[in-house]
Design a protein around this ligand. Structure first.
Ligand SMILES: [Zn+2]
Length: 126
């Protein structure tokens, strides 16, 4: 789903997209001519790899996502507390926002139940 930046409404507007078994939903609204705010969450299941044995495990997602969307390169004197996503071609692309959020979720370290149990046994021995 893509929305032209200048058509992003001033009032908080619902959006919802899904990709595979993941839903991305929430509200978005324009806060200035060059900035919009997105407030939502990612729900569903995502396959990640165990960092110890490489086995796939299914992660239950319930990630709050709060970010600013900037039309073009973002520049501001004040430090924003929120993550700023720069929008290409004046188009807000919800699918690519979802994909990049999923990539960052997947790039974290996960340990499967088997490896967790093995760790516990090692802890007991020492
Ligand atoms: Zn493992």
């Amino acid at each position: 789903m893509k929305v032209e930046f200048r058509k992003v409404p001033l009032n908080a507007t619902k959006f919802e997209i899904s990709s595979n078994s993941v839903n991305f939903l929430g509200n978005f609204s324009k806060i200035s001519t060059k900035l919009a705010k997105l407030d939502g969450q990612i729900e569903g299941k995502c396959e990640v790899l165990c960092c110890k044995c490489g086995d796939e495990l299914s992660l239950q997602l319930n990630e709050p996502i709060e970010l600013l969307l900037s039309d073009g390169i973002y520049s501001s004197d004040k430090d924003e507390e929120l993550i700023v996503v720069e929008v290409d071609d004046h188009m807000v692309d919800f699918d690519s926002i979802l994909q990049s959020e999923l990539e960052s979720i997947k790039s974290e370290y996960y340990i499967c139940d088997n490896c967790k149990q093995n760790n516990c046994e090692i802890d007991k021995i020492y």
